[in-house]
Design a protein around this ligand. Structure first.
Ligand SMILES: *Cc1c(COP(=O)(O)O)cnc(C)c1O
Length: 389
């Protein structure tokens, strides 16, 4: 008999397939903030929900299993997960960060952690020579996003994790864009895997949540302490929503990736599109590394139009995607990084990173791919007229 199932089966058939007390096929939502203790000398497993809640724990176990880690932690947002993981650092420590990191991560590092004496250097993680040159004696964390946001740059996880180990530093990987379905950072030696579960994992634009997973048990104890100490835990209802999202993650993601690939292909041949950033295109500089370290290229792509005026025309003409912050949902989402995810980044920093004012990001949802392409095609035609005027 096969001892371990594929991930699509595991998403449904795991320890929480049904409740052991009632047989309920959907995990009960335990709203209790506190738990009765039956014995003065021996307290039960749960005492207070900040420290442990059965619904949240089901999610924490699920994500730990999916990532191949030993312990998972659920937080009230992706930023809460990331910020709590950064609390592993102490005053005087230094962190090396992917250059085009998520705007909120940029903000906590530059404007909050810096006030607590934590130093940082932004580096092009795709160039291992540059990363090596940026290592300092007090570097304690390499912080990686791959594919990065919004330019979908690919970092060689194996190379970075090896360098971090040689430098006695930990590697944190933000795995939001690919999820454990398509990329398993622990395989390459990552220490902490982080997620905004708000995105693909929950998948329905109806919950804000974050996850962290570790493989090392000692590190797990430290993070459990910090989760309880800082207290930015995920509530029971929201934990349940994320668990529900997980059940369909496999079908949702595969479908969205297929659509993203088709749209990327279409856009890359359109004369009004200056550039397409999608690691599934052979022309992408990170294509071969991506093929080696991940199973799919993901459902997010970015593209650059001729100028901001063309972008404005395109946005006002396109009908299907919602125009919004965020990604990884059942509906396609178009966003404008310069004014959305990277609004927290000063303009010169943004431009320096190639996040221009004519760049749009698409997160492909579950609409029919031909419908989406037709919608884009129409909007691009109008762009053409606009440019001619
Ligand atoms: C959205 C996002 C975050 C932040 O997560 P929230 O749930 O919004 O707090 C972090 N990293 C990446 C890559 C994201 O897309």
């Amino acid at each position: 008999m096969k001892t371990s199932h594929s991930i699509d089966t595991l998403l449904l058939h795991n320890k929480h397939k049904y409740d052991s007390h009632t047989g309920a096929v959907s995990i009960p939502i335990h709203n209790a903030s506190t738990f009765h203790q039956f014995d003065i000398d021996q307290f039960g497993k749960y005492d207070y929900s900040r420290s442990g809640n059965p619904t949240r724990e089901a999610l924490e176990e699920a994500i730990a299993t999916l990532e191949g880690g030993t312990r998972g932690f659920a937080f009230s947002s992706g930023m809460a997960a990331i910020s709590t993981a950064f609390l592993l650092l102490s005053q005087g420590d230094h962190v090396l960060v992917s250059e085009d990191v998520y705007g909120g991560t940029f903000r906590i590092i530059t404007e909050v952690l810096s006030r607590y004496g934590i130093q940082y250097t932004f580096v092009d993680m795709t160039d291992i020579t540059k990363v090596e040159a940026a290592v300092q004696p007090n570097t304690k964390v390499f912080y990686v996003e791959t594919p990065s946001n919004p330019l979908l740059k690919i970092t060689d996880l194996q190379a970075v994790c090896e360098l971090a180990k040689r430098s006695n530093a930990l590697t944190f990987v933000d795995n939001t864009f690919l999820t454990p379905l398509f990329q398993q950072p622990f395989v390459f030696g990552a220490d902490v895997v982080l997620h905004s579960a708000t995105k693909f994992i929950a998948g329905h634009s109806d919950v804000t949540a974050g996850l962290a997973v570790v493989k090392d048990e000692e590190l797990g104890k430290r993070l459990a302490f910090l989760q309880n100490a800082f207290g930015a835990i995920l509530g029971a209802h929201d934990s349940w929503l994320v668990l529900r999202g997980l059940k369909t993650m496999h079908v949702r993601l595969h479908r969205s990736v297929e659509t993203a690939a088709q749209v990327a292909h279409y856009l890359s041949h359109h004369p009004k599109v200056k550039k397409v950033y999608y690691p599934g295109l052979e022309t992408h500089p990170g294509y071969s590394i991506q093929r080696r370290q991940a199973q799919e290229a993901g459902a997010v792509l970015s593209f650059e139009l001729e100028n901001e005026a063309a972008l404005r025309t395109f946005l006002s003409s396109v009908k299907l995607p919602v125009f919004a912050v965020s990604l990884g949902a059942v509906e396609s989402i178009l966003s404008y990084p310069a004014k959305m995810s990277h609004a927290a980044m000063p303009e010169h920093e943004r431009e320096k990173r190639g996040i221009s004012s004519s760049l749009l990001r698409l997160s492909a949802g579950l609409e029919n791919a031909d419908d989406l392409i037709q919608d884009f095609d129409f909007a691009l035609t109008l762009t053409e007229e606009h440019v001619k005027l």
